[in-house]
Design a protein around this ligand. Structure first.
Ligand code: NAP
Length: 317
């Protein structure tokens, strides 16, 4: 059975991936900054080997990578230093190669298409200079895996996480949805919102790991469903179930430009390129690859305790 080194193992995608790999009987190793956290404990219970340390701790990385066949690379961005994360990716790729890793699967972002020749949106909908740098940093992370000397590599570029509507990710700029019953965003009434379930993302990684040739060399746009924004908010409100209405408020081009000029960092509330996200996706292929994607309604049902806790202040039970 192969062994996979998973970065961000205690995160949303990483945890789901660890569970799926362990269910297959594969070995999983990872580093964590906090071995006592609840998510680290859950991973330990299912047999994930955790090494205390972070992405800059070479000794911990070497220990974790020793004996691994495969690497899953998912690094959080650093919006204050666009060089930091690509350098980390390069270092981890080199350590993985030295440890004998043969295959790498990376997770970056759908936004990378928006700065790429051939897939860029029209110039007037280009990402702002700030997000252009962010996406180039993501592309440099991808490049680190492509240049890493692995026999096989795959890049997964996910859309908007369904989990962003729930604790804890709602604090990444979406609390307006909970607190005001509105979502001010830079989409339009007719642009499909590429939502992705983190469990589906993990399934794509597993599919790539199980058949290294299948997705080798691919930069795969990953979404689970593409509802209109208001449809998604209606489904969320129905799942909360207290009769509330959550209204989508769409920013005009001028309003988006104003938010950008004021230094707005909230991608979905400032950047018009998000309107083009469905140009990069192929739901038919994605469905076939993992044999069924998770609809937002299904996600909300599966995560109903998280919905209650986030929107009604109730703990699960
Ligand atoms: N949210 C979205 O809509 C969206 C869309 C597209 C792409 N993405 C990408 O998805 C990725 C995030 O994935 P996720 O949501 O699964 O992650 P997550 O839930 O935020 O978890 C991130 C994990 O990273 C670990 N970590 C943080 N800083 C670290 C450091 N300095 N050294 C070592 N470990 C560190 C933490 O683990 P420990 O504390 O246990 O060490 C944490 O569990 C990012 O690359 C993001 O750009 C997100």
């Amino acid at each position: 059975m192969p062994t996979v080194f998973v970065t961000s193992a205690t995160g949303s995608v990483g945890s789901a991936l660890c569970q799926q790999l362990r269910a297959l009987g594969w070995g999983v190793r990872a580093t964590t900054q906090n071995p006592d956290s609840k998510s680290a404990q859950i991973l330990k219970e299912i047999g994930v080997e955790l090494v205390p340390g972070d992405w800059d701790d070479e000794e911990a990385l070497r220990t974790g990578l020793a004996g691994c066949d495969k690497l899953f690379l998912c690094l959080l961005p650093d919006l204050g230093d666009f060089n930091k994360v690509p350098a980390r990716a390069k270092n981890i790729a080199a350590l993985a190669k030295a440890a004998g890793v043969k295959q790498a699967v990376g997770l970056t972002t759908l936004g990378a298409f928006a700065v790429e020749e051939g897939t860029k949106p029209p110039a007037e909908y280009a990402p702002s200079p700030f997000f252009t740098q962010h996406f180039h940093a993501k592309k440099r992370v991808e490049q680190a895996l492509m240049d890493g000397g692995f026999d096989h590599w795959t890049i997964l570029r996910p859309g908007f996480f369904m989990a962003n509507f729930l604790e804890p990710k709602i604090h990444m700029g979406y609390t307006e949805i909970r607190d005001n019953g509105t979502w001010t965003n830079s989409m339009t009434e007719t642009s499909p919102l590429g939502l992705v379930d983190h469990v589906d993302i993990a399934q794509f990684a597993v599919a790539a790991f199980q058949k290294p040739e299948l997705l080798h060399g691919r930069l795969l746009a990953v979404v689970s469903e593409e509802p209109l924004v208001q449809e998604a908010l209606d489904q969320l409100a129905a799942a909360i179930g207290d009769g509330r209405f959550i209204k989508a408020k769409f920013l005009s081009d001028e309003e988006c430009a104003k938010v950008q000029a004021e230094g707005g960092w909230r991608f979905f509330s400032s950047e018009t390129c998000v309107r083009y996200m469905s140009d990069y996706t192929d739901l038919g292929e994605l469905n076939e690859l993992i044999g069924g994607l998770t609809a937002f309604k299904e996600f909300l049902e599966r995560e109903k305790e998280g919905v209650k806790q986030t929107y009604l202040g109730q703990q699960g039970g």
